[in-house]
Write a protein that binds this ligand. Structure first.
Ligand SMILES: C[S@@+](CC[C@H](N)C(=O)[O-])C[C@H]1O[C@@H](n2cnc3c(N)ncnc32)[C@H](O)[C@@H]1O
Length: 377
């Protein structure tokens, strides 16, 4: 089946807006206001030029406003165009851009929204409330590998559809003190879940050289992993993003430093993935969600780097062929039972989206549909 991605998308659907007051209070709006790109920004984040929108009857003063431009929204809407009733899982709620659009389009569907970041969750709650959807959403601060328990606690036994939009949201990157970005001076943090103890500071200041080098290779295919790891250990203690960025940049040979973007980009990506266990928990979480899908329900996954995409492809392929161990040219005799079929959908963002939202350039979309009670292969 080919999904039609031609669904019309309004600006208000496309943008989920949220920001923070100087005291850290999070506020949000779905209003499409004039905005300008942050200079040098490559994450799809926009700084609004107006004041704060009205939220819950109050106005804020001059503060920072953030927008996360939901990636491949028309394609996601098309994949789930047949939703009628039931519970939709947004396993990576973020600014709730995808979720608001889905709830707007499907008035009888309710939402289970999960995010491990309390700031994102508060922002999503405000966005969903101002869109008039608070009556049909359950929001939980949780890591998506606890989805089975969370669903059980919410009395949800099957899902009408599910979405993973992996990685970090634009506001996480662009709030300096979260410590995700080498662009801002900040303490080394990078935790999406700010209650956990493992932070970028712990990784940078306690891992042995070999563990650091392995992590840099595994999570970011860093060619200069060993040199960078040795330089980090020699420069300890390192407590800020800018100091780490300097140490990493100096460790990379000069010709390589001039190629392929910021020299510390891969190191920051690798540490973020490590801190948030992004790759480790993904296969189990995807399998759990596939098990929860009702027959005919779809799972869509958006990834932003090759390591994630390889995992998604492998889990989906295994579910598709039922882990069959028979030679590919022979009929199956091992009793494998397949649980999904693959759905053909656009793999990448459209040219128009790429021109507007650079964050979409690395996005890859994969979709499967649950089949009734598993089918013999
Ligand atoms: C790319 S953003 C999602 C944006 C959202 N689709 C939208 O349209 O606004 C990814 C979100 O997933 C959350 N996240 C990442 N890994 C997670 C995990 N393992 N468990 C729960 N939430 C996670 C992040 O905190 C972030 O808010």
């Amino acid at each position: 089946m080919i999904v039609d991605a031609s669904i019309n998308q309004t600006t208000a659907q496309r943008l989920s807006v949220f920001g923070s007051l100087p005291d850290g209070t999070v506020c949000s709006s779905n209003s499409a206001r004039s905005h300008r790109a942050v200079p040098g920004d490559t994450s799809g984040l926009y700084l609004l030029s107006g004041g704060l929108p009205e939220i819950d009857g109050s106005h804020g003063d001059a503060v920072t406003q953030f927008v996360h431009d939901s990636v491949m929204l028309p394609e996601i809407m098309a994949i789930f165009s047949d939703l009628t009733t039931g519970v939709f899982l947004d396993a990576t709620l973020g600014g709730a851009g995808h979720s608001v659009a889905l709830l707007n389009e499907h008035p009888s569907v309710s939402l289970l929204g999960i995010d491990q970041d309390d700031v994102a969750l508060d922002a999503a709650r405000a966005v969903l409330t101002s869109a008039g959807h608070s009556g049909r959403v359950a929001l939980r601060r949780a890591r998506f590998d606890s989805v089975t328990r969370v669903a059980d606690e919410e009395g949800i036994s099957s899902l009408a559809g599910a979405l993973f939009d992996l990685g970090v949201s634009s506001p996480q990157f662009d709030v300096a003190e979260r410590g995700f970005s080498y662009r801002f001076e900040a303490p080394l943090d990078m935790r999406m879940d700010r209650t956990q103890t493992l932070s970028a500071d712990v990784v940078v200041n306690t891992y042995e050289v070999e563990a650091l080098a392995d992590m840099l290779r595994r999570n970011a295919d860093e060619r200069h992993a060993h040199r960078i790891a040795k330089a980090i250990v020699a420069a300890r203690p390192i407590h800020t993003t800018t100091r780490l960025s300097e140490v990493v940049s100096a460790a990379i040979p000069a010709p390589a430093r001039r190629r392929g973007g910021h020299p510390a980009k891969r190191t920051f990506q690798a540490i973020r993935i490590e801190v948030n266990a992004e790759l480790d928990i993904l296969p189990g979480a995807l399998r759990d969600v596939i098990a929860l899908l009702a027959p005919g329900a779809r799972l869509a996954v958006l990834t932003y780097h090759s390591g994630e995409d390889r995992i998604v492809k492998s889990v989906m392929r295994t579910a598709e062929n039922g882990d069959c161990t028979c030679p590919p040219n022979l009929p199956c005799g091992c009793g494998a039972v397949r649980s999904v079929i693959r759905i053909r959908a656009p793999r990448d963002a459209s040219k128009a989206e790429l021109a507007r939202n650079p964050r979409a350039s690395s996005a890859r979309l994969r979709v499967v549909e649950k089949i009734s009670d598993g089918g013999a292969k």
